[in-house]
Design a protein around this ligand. Structure first.
Ligand code: HEC
Ligand code: HEC
Ligand code: HEC
Ligand code: HEC
Ligand code: HEC
Length: 217
């Protein structure tokens, strides 16, 4: 019999048998490592330089998120308020509280308060608040019950798998667009009575990107 396959091909089954599983294990390990919630820091809760409480201001006092994060519907990023915003009240309330010293200093010197960033995607991933809010995804879907937090912490993994879970099936996460900052609007409860497809204020169906270049530009 003439050799149809060269001799080295005899090693292919070995290569597939040994190296294949190794490569697969590596890939699975890598994916598991990168996409596990641990790596993505759910519960990350850094100490802030001023003990500002969302529970007090947004929860008990009922301030709307956009009073402070006023660019969230107009820009990719939500602005962190300058000391001026705090001083609207704190030039009258708790004027000599030591907890507010840094705020008063920042106001007089114009040095920004060194808040510690909680949520931060890597540079190679693109995110913009605007299309999400315009489509009627609420802050609480991605940031959790901020109104109950005395110190902000990461509620969701912000991993690629997490983004895609919603992008593949966004309907259950949609709400009337005038409810986006309402922390009490619960998609699991109130969502039962809301059908985005029947909302007359919507002019088109939402269609979040699932292709790579949608989020990696
Ligand atoms: C009185 C002003 C004020 C209001 C009202 C307010 N915030 Fe904030 N928010 C801040 C400040 C100041 C920070 C930065 C310090 C910190 O993280 O606590 C912040 C931080 C955050 C962060 C974390 C940002 C990061 O570093 O990743 C999120 C998310 C957030 N706010 C969401 C909300 C939501 C949602 C609401 C409405 C329920 C809201 N905020 C209401 C002032 C405010
Ligand atoms: C679809 C998910 C999603 C929704 C809805 C959402 N956020 Fe965010 N938010 C994010 C992600 C992701 C980041 C991190 C962005 C980055 O690192 O580029 C972020 C970051 C922030 C920050 C830090 C500053 C910044 O923009 O990077 C603040 C403050 C914030 N969000 C407030 C809000 C408020 C207030 C609302 C509701 C009006 C809201 N977010 C709705 C996902 C969301
Ligand atoms: C709409 C008014 C208002 C705004 C705006 C506001 N606060 Fe307050 N804040 C209050 C009130 C009222 C209290 C006090 C509640 C009480 O009596 O304990 C308070 C309490 C505090 C305290 C606790 C002070 C202490 O001695 O116990 C801190 C810290 C604080 N605010 C930080 C901030 C920061 C930082 C900002 C800006 C990002 C801000 N606040 C914006 C009304 C406001
Ligand atoms: C809870 C649901 C939900 C989550 C979580 C979510 N998205 Fe979206 N995303 C949407 C919806 C809804 C739209 C709007 C689609 C439309 O209007 O057709 C959207 C649109 C987008 C767009 C298109 C913006 C444009 O202008 O083309 C990008 C990019 C995007 N999302 C990135 C992300 C990234 C990155 C994450 C994770 C960090 C994420 N999204 C998490 C629901 C979500
Ligand atoms: C809906 C938005 C979205 C889409 C669509 C998307 N990605 Fe991502 N991707 C992300 C986000 C957000 C991260 C960062 C995750 C993190 O920080 O944990 C990421 C991370 C990654 C990483 C780095 C993972 C690591 O090692 O940390 C790679 C590689 C990647 N994406 C490839 C792709 C490819 C290939 C596609 C198309 C099949 C794709 N992505 C589609 C949002 C997206």
């Amino acid at each position: 019999m003439p050799a149809i396959f060269p001799r080295w091909t005899n090693k292919i089954p070995l290569a597939i048998g040994v190296l294949g599983p190794l490569a697969l294990a590596g890939a699975v390990g890598g994916i598991w490592y990168y996409f596990s919630p641990k790596f993505t820091d759910v519960g990350y809760r850094p100490r802030q330089p001023v003990p500002f409480s969302h529970k007090l201001h947004a929860g008990d006092m009922g301030m709307d998120c956009r009073y402070c994060h006023n660019t969230v519907e107009r820009a990719a990023h939500a602005a962190i308020p300058p000391a001026q915003t705090c001083m609207n009240c704190h030039s009258l309330v708790k004027t000599d509280s030591p907890k507010l010293k840094l705020v008063r200093d920042s106001y007089t010197t114009d040095e920004p308060i060194p808040w510690v960033r909680v949520h931060q995607l890597p540079d190679y991933a693109f995110f913009d608040h605007r299309p999400h809010l315009a489509a009627g995804v609420g802050c609480s879907s991605c940031h959790g019950r901020i109104d109950q937090m005395t110190i902000v912490e990461m509620d969701q993994p912000l991993s690629m798998g997490w983004c895609l879970d919603c992008h593949r099936d966004p309907e259950p996460s949609l709400r009337p667009r005038d409810q986006i900052t309402n922390m009490l609007w619960d998609p699991a409860v109130d969502g039962k009575n809301y059908d985005a497809a029947k909302d007359p204020s919507r002019t088109r169906q939402v269609n979040p990107p699932e292709h790579c270049s949608g989020c990696h530009r």
